[in-house]
Write a protein of this length. Structure first.
Length: 221
């Protein structure tokens, strides 16, 4: 099968990683979760008590890699599997603080570009179709209403045994949207040539079928 680069960008909690993983599996491509890379740098900063500038100075000591585990891909920080550790709210918040820093973005973008050299890759994030791979053959921009994304996040937190308040979850979604779209460095925005997928009213299976169709249409055209 033809090997291309698929860039998937979009707002937080709109199912990017679920869709990217499903598409990578369908196509037999490599999946790269760039959010996990920002989270791994954030974890390093938290564990070592570093602020943004100290994190920049420490970048040469931060080595990020991915391994294939039984339940999918895991991110490693200096050889240690940190997949579970990076998924906390604390690490998410730190990632949101450090991700606007130019030197940190340059450090990670260079690695992401190297991973795409052989093509056959599905990469998801905020700046994949605009900065990392502006030449990607297929760009998808995922979106859903803030209320629906807050609903999904609310249910996820409940399933984790937490006791979320819907209004707080919605506020958090809106705050993250604002930060992601208003930062000076690589803000989240739709690439001009991206296919927009609004999944507010789609089930997970409908979304997967929809994205597979878009991919097949591109590959077979
Ligand atoms: O998608 P996520 O929640 O795992 O992302 C974690 C943080 O990293 C989030 O604040 C957005 C940021 N991020 C980014 O700035 N650029 C990317 N390509 C991916 C994530």
């Amino acid at each position: 099968m033809k090997k291309i680069i698929v860039a998937i960008d979009g707002y937080s909690s709109c199912g990017k990683s679920t869709m990217a993983k499903a598409l990578a599996q369908y196509a037999g491509y490599t999946y790269v979760d760039t959010g996990a890379m920002y989270r791994a740098v954030a974890l390093y900063a938290l564990e070592n008590g570093l602020d943004e500038q100290q994190t920049v100075a420490a970048l040469p000591e931060i080595h990020i890699s991915f391994i294939h585990a039984a339940d999918g891909q895991h991110v490693c920080l200096n050889g240690r599997d940190v997949e579970t550790k990076i998924r906390t709210l604390e690490v998410g918040n730190k990632a949101s603080q450090i991700s606007p820093v130019k030197a940190i973005r340059q450090f990670l973008v260079a690695q992401q570009q190297a991973m795409g050299e052989a093509k056959g890759i599905v990469m998801d994030g905020r700046d994949i179709g605009t900065v990392v791979f502006p030449q990607a053959e297929l760009k998808l921009f995922l979106t859903a209403s803030p209320e629906e994304r807050a609903n999904r996040r609310f249910k996820e937190l409940q399933e984790k045994g937490e006791n979320p308040v819907y209004e707080e979850v919605l506020r958090d979604v809106n705050d993250r949207d604002y930060r992601d779209t208003h930062r000076a460095e690589s803000p989240l925005r739709q690439a001009q040539d991206a296919v927009v997928v609004d999944n507010t009213d789609m089930t997970k299976d409908e979304q997967i079928a929809h994205i597979r169709r878009i991919f097949d249409d591109y590959i077979n055209r």
